[in-house]
Write a protein that binds this ligand. Sequence first.
Ligand code: CDP
Length: 268
Amino acid sequence: MQSKIDERTKIKNGKRCDGRSLDELRPLSVKAGVLENADGSALVEWGRNKVVAAVYGPREVLPKHLTNPYRAIINARYIMAPFSGQEEHGRAGPNRRSIEISKIARHVFENVVLVQQFPKTMINVHMEVLQSDGGTRIAGITAAAVALADAGIPMRDIPCGVSIGKVDGKMVVDLNKDEDNFGQSDMPFVFAPRTGELLLFQMDGLLSKEEIAEGLRLARGAVQKIHDLQVAALKEKYAAVSAECETQNGGETGGAGGAERGAKEPVY
Ligand code: CDP
């Protein structure tokens, strides 16, 4: 008899347990500027994952003794809401896993944010998982990267990533929760897409050297689409901001004027 674990991740006729092909991403949407109070924010919906990121700063360092006179410090915080899983987790707040993910996210952002431009400051990066279904660290970093750019924080690249794993003996792209929990291996990758630099690589389970190389190849092929969605989300946010500015200036800023787009009167 087939074990229950095999059944959950079985690949049949080249299709995975959720109907995707081996190299297919789950549906993904990225939206920038979703929180008015934060300096920058983003919402990523990736399969059944929903992650909100908020960025505050650069701002005064608290507690003060953490101040670095030469650069900004990045304080990254990943957390899963107690109701984010398929069952309620019951306990909110940090745990070993969330501390690990916060730390690896901080390392990613320290490698792309131009921290030397903001000495004696801190940048807070929050990643809140509202709903989880495998790959939340990648979804969190993807959202936080957009939130940092939305906050106007200079970066040399907008990091993006994907998880690759081995399921039912095959290498597959973008694992869902069952594939992550019951598959043979799982490798989250994050890249700086302009340079191709690898910013994060983790591995759970056992893989051969050839399988790791194949995973890296699949990840590089998959991230372009994710990066394009991040950029499109930022462009959409700033198109809306510039349309609003034109409206407030009575369409005098040139280009396709607000009046042509049926701009509203300012409300003050
Ligand atoms: O989410 P990610 O793949 O980055 O991390 P993971 O530790 O490999 O967890 C895989 C999935 O298991 C998560 O996305 C959640 O859906 C689920 N999980 C959970 O429900 N509760 C936890 N405490 C840890 C993981």
